[in-house]
Design a binder for this molecule. Structure first.
Ligand code: NAP
Length: 315
């Protein structure tokens, strides 16, 4: 499709300001034109809806419960866990906190997972990553009962997703799909480029987009001429972990841009993987960092937990 895709027209948009003739030597900066995809607001709406569903489940004697396992003292992980727990409380989901020292052994963590798998009050198990050195997530994560894998990263759940029969979908790509829905972009037939191929983000993202009939290209560190690949995309999902590496002028006019990256600069400011202002000047819709994908990841963890509780109620 020539000229890229536009998201749905927004009702109530202000008319363009009158054109002014710039002074000689004045640099004209393009005004930001993209719709900002507000993940924080969307996550709050999802949480409110979930709170109603949780009330209904409680009335039927089912109390959704999430076990949150944090090993070690990683400051970023502590913040993520605090945010997830607070969000659960707002939606009425019970949490079971398991804070373990960084000295925890692989055998101790495996034993805790086995205990949580067997606990009927636990619908979902979240093991906050990364684990401290000495613990092997690749051995531990597959021991989580796939029916309690609300992070959607168990090999069984990734397999079902690739087969087009998802059970639990990894929270970040699941949240990205909701944000794309918000953009109004119809995915069938669009050129979607996913930058990053991790098992938690890039690969499940590509599977979801393929299942939704997009034509998907997955890029990684060995991709040749990333700029050229990105510039053909109607949809760009950036999940790299390199601040602003996707330049604004790579974005096809009218494309939808989803920035998964969270990168902290030395002065504490959070930056995405996309150069925001110039990308927003070309895109039809774009997520901010922070306030885009991050809150949606937490919201989808809650959605998965409530889904697990509903399935328990049906068993
Ligand atoms: P990851 O496991 O480190 O994967 C990064 C991917 O980027 C890899 O596939 C890597 O390619 C690729 N890559 C690295 N350099 C590249 C380059 N120069 N050109 C193209 N691709 C390149 O990271 P992740 O867990 O997927 O996370 C990605 C980012 O998302 C991070 O900033 C992370 O903090 C953020 N994140 C945010 C949320 C949220 O809720 N907002 C959730 C999860 C992650 P290779 O495979 O070839 O090495």
């Amino acid at each position: 499709m020539q000229g890229g895709l536009r998201a749905k027209a927004r009702p109530g948009c202000a008319p363009d300001p009158p054109t002014r003739v710039p002074a000689p030597g004045h640099v004209i900066r393009p005004a930001m034109s993209a719709k900002i995809l507000d993940g924080k607001a969307l996550a709050a709406r999802i949480k409110d809806k979930l709170a109603v569903e949780v009330d209904e489940l409680r009335a039927r004697g089912v109390e959704p419960g999430l076990a949150v396992v944090l090993v070690g003292e990683d400051p970023a992980s502590q913040i993520y866990v605090r945010n997830k727990t607070a969000f659960c409380a707002k939606a009425g989901i019970r949490t079971f906190d398991h804070r373990l020292p960084a000295t925890t052994s692989q055998a101790e963590l495996l034993a805790l997972v086995a205990k949580l798998n067997a606990d009927p009050a636990v619908d979902g198990i979240l093991i906050q990553l990364p684990l401290p050195p000495g613990l092997d997530a690749r051995e531990i994560l597959p021991t989580v009962d796939p029916r309690k894998d609300v992070d959607g990263i168990h090999p069984d759940n990734l397999g079902h997703l690739v087969m087009g029969e998802p059970r639990f979908v990894a929270c970040t790509p699941f949240g990205v799909m909701k944000l794309i829905e918000e953009s109004g972009l119809a995915l069938a037939g669009v050129n979607a480029v996913v930058v990053g191929r991790s098992s938690m983000v890039g690969k499940p993202m590509a599977a979801l987009l393929t299942n939704a009939d997009a034509t998907v290209t997955v890029c990684h560190s060995k991709t040749r001429d990333l700029a050229a690949v990105v510039s053909r995309a109607d949809l760009v999902v950036a999940a790299v972990g390199r601040p602003e590496m996707i330049r604004g002028d790579w974005i096809k006019p009218g494309a939808v841009v989803i920035d998964v990256g969270i990168n902290r600069r030395d002065d504490g400011k959070l930056l995405g993987d996309v150069e925001f202002a110039p990308a927003a000047a070309r895109a039809s819709a774009i997520t901010p960092v922070p306030g885009g994908v991050g809150p949606m990841t937490i919201a989808m963890l809650l959605v998965n937990t409530v889904t697990a509780a509903k399935r328990r109620a049906e068993r």
